[in-house]
Design a protein around this ligand. Structure first.
Ligand code: ADP
Length: 203
């Protein structure tokens, strides 16, 4: 197993790039999806988050956590974000560790798609780190268009994340995503070839 951390700020194209690497043969672990699972009604993190933030973050009658409402709270309040991370991160790390354990003895390239790799101990378990980058303008335009996020919410998330220049200093491979989807697919070809080289050099 060769573990690749794929990181970058919101809207830089991590999930899009992870999908391109999946097409080229990678296994992908999606930390956002694991986070969503951890917050399902009845899951341990669901109980802790409801205790912390109150019943008003629940959608009735499904009792699901309203992720948009939760995001509005935490991305405008540093302490609330810390409290949420303290609950959810250990669950996500455990789920990632379980997925990695499942693939440990294989020859797979495993791509870990996660915003928080450089900020957390996840960087230590990666054999290589890819950092995605894109201009703020392109990120904001795509997120408004595809995720229907408001400018204020996008800005609030961006401000809560590490400075792109700091992230890029930790990159083994940097990918700039300022062109078309076709340009990004070409980058994926280049990066996939490089990852195979790195995996083979290590073997
Ligand atoms: P992240 O996972 O880093 O938050 P995404 O991969 O979800 O970012 O990308 C944000 C949005 O921008 C998605 O809707 C995606 O389809 C779109 N997108 C990503 N790269 C490009 C690109 N090069 N051209 C046009 N749209 C893009």
């Amino acid at each position: 197993m060769f573990v690749v951390g794929l990181t970058g700020g919101i809207g830089t194209g991590k999930s899009t790039f992870a999908a391109l690497l999946l097409e080229r043969g990678a296994q992908v672990i999606d930390a956002d999806a694991l986070g969503r699972d951890a917050l399902r009604p009845g899951a341990p993190a669901w109980h802790s988050v409801v205790d912390q933030f109150g019943q008003e973050i629940l959608v009735h009658p499904s009792m699901e956590i309203d992720r948009k409402r939760l995001a509005d709270i935490v991305f405008n309040n540093r302490e609330a974000l810390k409290a949420l991370n303290a609950i959810v991160h250990p669950m996500i790390f455990k789920a990632i560790a379980d997925e990695l354990d499942r693939m440990r003895s294989t020859d797979e390239v495993v791509v870990l798609d996660a915003a928080l790799i450089v900020e957390t101990a996840l960087a230590d378990i990666c054999d290589a780190v890819i950092v995605m980058d894109s201009t703020d303008e392109a990120r904001i335009r795509r997120l408004k268009r595809d995720r229907e996020m408001s400018f204020a919410n996008i800005r609030a998330v961006m401000t809560s994340q590490l400075d792109p220049q700091v992230l890029l200093r930790r990159a083994d491979i940097a990918v700039s995503n300022d062109g078309t989807p076709e340009d990004l697919a070409q980058e994926a070809d280049r990066v996939w070839a490089r990852l195979i080289e790195m995996k083979d050099a290590r073997a």
